[in-house]
Design a protein around this ligand. Structure first.
Ligand code: URA
Length: 435
C-alpha cells in the first residue's frame, strides 16, 4: 500500500483498514515513511478522528513494533497502573508499595516530567543512588522478591511511539484522543500486566481540561485494554489544584514517605486508597470493595507499605535510610515565601501555574533533554477553602542560587485566587469507567 493512498483515505474521512494501519506503523518504525508523510497522516487523524476499531488496530500495531515484557514467570495476576499526569501527582510512588504490601505484583514503567507536570522517574531519582534504568532481568528479579519495582521504559518498548510522539510534539498533533489512547495503551500493554488501573486526570492542571474529554479518553483506554484481554478500569480524578502540598521531585518524595506513614494529605491518601482497592480486586486479592479498602488502610497504618517502599528503594540502589530520615534527600539552599496579597478565603489554586512556577525554579524541564534540579520546587501552605491573612505565606519556593526566582514568584502568586467566600468543593473522584 502506498503512503499517499493511506493519507488520502484518512483525509477524506474513511476508516483505515488493518493493512493500512500496519503499513503506517511499520513505515514509521523502519524509517521507510518520511516525516512529511507521517505528519500528514497524523494531522488527518487529528482532524478526522479514528473509530474504536481503528484505535485498537493502531495500538496493536504499535505494541508489535517492539518488545513485550513477559511476566508469566511471576505468580498471580500482575496489575499495572498509569496516570495521565498532573501537578504534584506522586501517586505511583505510594501506590506501588501499598498494593505490593497487600499481595499484588505491581510492575511499573514510568516516564519523565515534561512541561508543567512532573514525572515519576525524576522524583525517584532524587533519592540518592536510586536506579530507574534496570534491565528486564533485574526488573523481574525485583518484582519476584519485593512485589513492586518502578523503572523507565527500556529502549525497545514501543519504538513506534517514540518516533510518533517526537513528531506529534512539533506538528501540533498531540491533541487527539485516538492518538493519545493508542500511545498510552501501547506502552501499558507492552509492559505485560494482566490488569490495569488508570488514573485519568481532569481539570486545570491536566491534559484533559473537561469531564467530557476525560471521559472520552478513559472510555477509549478501557476499550483498548479490554479488547486486548487485559482487565482495565479507569478512575477520573480532579486535577484543578495540585495533588498534595509538595510540587518538585525531592519535596514530593518526602510527602510520599509521610503518606506511607499514614500522615499524608487527605486527597493523596484518598486517591491511593481508591486505586489500590481496585488493584486488589482486579488481582483477586479481595472479594469485595470493602475488604480491599480495609486491607489497604491496614497496610498504611501498620507500616507494612512503608517497609515495602524501603525495600524497593534499597533493591533499586537507593538510600533506604530515607524511610527513617528524610534528610538524605537533597535540599535547596534558598526558601522564599510567597505572601498573601489580602485576607480572605482561597477560592482557587491553579495547578498549571504552580507546575510552571516549579518548572521555572528548576524542578521541571521544557525540553526532553534538559537537566533538572531535584531539590527545587514549591511547598503549598494553603489549599482551596482555607482562610488566609494578608502577608501570611501561601507557599514557599525552594530554589538554588543559579535560578532567577522573580518570574516563578509572580507566576506562583498568580496561581492563587483569594475571595470572600469558600468555593464549592466538587468530589476528588469524578467517575469510574469499566468495560
Ligand atoms: N502521554 C502519552 O504517553 N502519550 C500521549 O500521546 C499523550 C500523553
Amino acid at each position: 500500500m502506498r503512503a499517499v493512498d493511506i493519507i488520502r483515505a484518512k483525509r477524506d474521512g474513511l476508516p483505515l483498514s488493518r493493512e493500512a494501519i500496519d503499513t503506517f506503523v511499520r513505515g514509521v518504525s523502519t524509517g521507510a515513511w518520511p516525516d512529511y508523510q507521517t505528519a500528514a497522516l497524523l494531522m488527518a487523524i487529528v482532524l478526522r478522528g479514528m473509530t474504536a476499531d481503528e484505535t485498537v488496530l493502531l495500538t496493536r500495531a504499535m505494541v508489535a513494533s517492539g518488545d513485550r515484557v513477559d511476566l508469566s514467570g511471576l505468580p498471580g495476576i500482575k496489575v499495572g497502573k498509569h496516570s495521565t499526569g498532573g501537578v504534584g501527582d506522586k501517586v505511583s510512588i505510594v501506590l506501588a508499595p501499598v498494593a505490593a504490601a497487600c499481595g499484588v505484583i505491581v510492575p511499573k514503567m514510568s516516564g519523565r516530567g515534561l512541561g508543567h507536570t512532573g514525572g515519576t522517574l525524576d522524583k525517584l531519582e532524587s533519592i540518592p543512588g536510586f536506579r530507574t534504568a534496570l534491565s528486564i532481568e533485574e526488573f523481574l528479579a525485583a518484582l519476584a522478591e519485593n512485589g513492586c519495582a518502578i523503572i523507565g521504559q527500556t529502549a525497545n518498548i514501543v519504538p513506534a511511539d517514540k518516533a510518533l510522539y517526537a513528531l506529534r510534539d512539533v506538528t501540533a498533533t498531540i491533541d487527539s484522543i485516538p492518538l493519545i489512547a493508542a500511545s498510552i495503551m501501547s506502552k501499558k500493554l507492552a509492559e505485560g500486566s494482566d490488569a490495569l488501573v488508570l488514573d485519568v486526570k481532569c481539570g486545570r492542571g491536566a491534559f484533559m481540561k473537561t469531564l467530557e474529554e476525560a471521559t472520552a479518553l478513559a472510555r477509549s483506554l478501557v476499550a483498548i485494554g479490554t479488547s486486548a484481554g487485559v482487565r482495565t478500569e479507569a478512575l477520573i480524578t480532579r486535577m484543578d489544584a495540585p495533588l498534595g502540598r509538595a510540587v518538585g521531585n525531592a519535596l514530593e518524595v518526602r510527602e510520599c514517605v509521610e503518606t506511607l506513614r499514614g500522615r499524608g494529605p487527605a486527597a493523596l491518601t484518598e486517591i491511593v486508597v481508591r486505586l489500590a482497592t481496585h488493584m486488589l480486586r482486579l488481582a483477586g486479592e479481595a472479594a469485595t470493595e470493602d475488604e480491599a479498602a480495609a486491607r489497604v488502610r491496614h497496610a498504611l497504618a501498620s507500616g507494612a507499605a512503608l517497609a515495602r517502599f524501603g525495600r524497593m528503594v534499597a533493591r533499586q540502589g537507593g538510600d533506604a535510610r530515607l524511610v527513617d530520615d528524610e534528610r538524605v534527600l537533597p535540599q535547596a539552599r534558598g526558601r522564599t515565601p510567597v505572601p498573601a496579597p489580602r485576607s480572605g478565603v482561597v477560592v482557587a489554586l491553579d495547578a498549571e501555574r504552580v507546575g510552571r512556577a516549579s518548572m521555572l525554579l528548576g524542578a521541571g524541564r521544557e525540553r526532553a533533554d534538559a537537566p533538572i534540579d531535584h531539590a527545587a520546587g514549591i511547598v503549598l501552605e494553603v489549599a482551596p477553602g482555607d482562610e488566609v491573612r494578608a502577608g501570611a505565606p501561601l507557599m514557599v519556593l525552594h530554589h538554588n542560587d543559579a535560578r532567577p526566582i522573580d518570574e516563578a514568584g509572580r507566576l506562583a502568586a498568580a496561581a492563587v485566587t483569594i475571595g470572600d467566600h469558600a468555593p464549592p468543593s466538587p468530589p476528588l473522584i469524578l467517575d469510574w469507567i469499566r468495560a
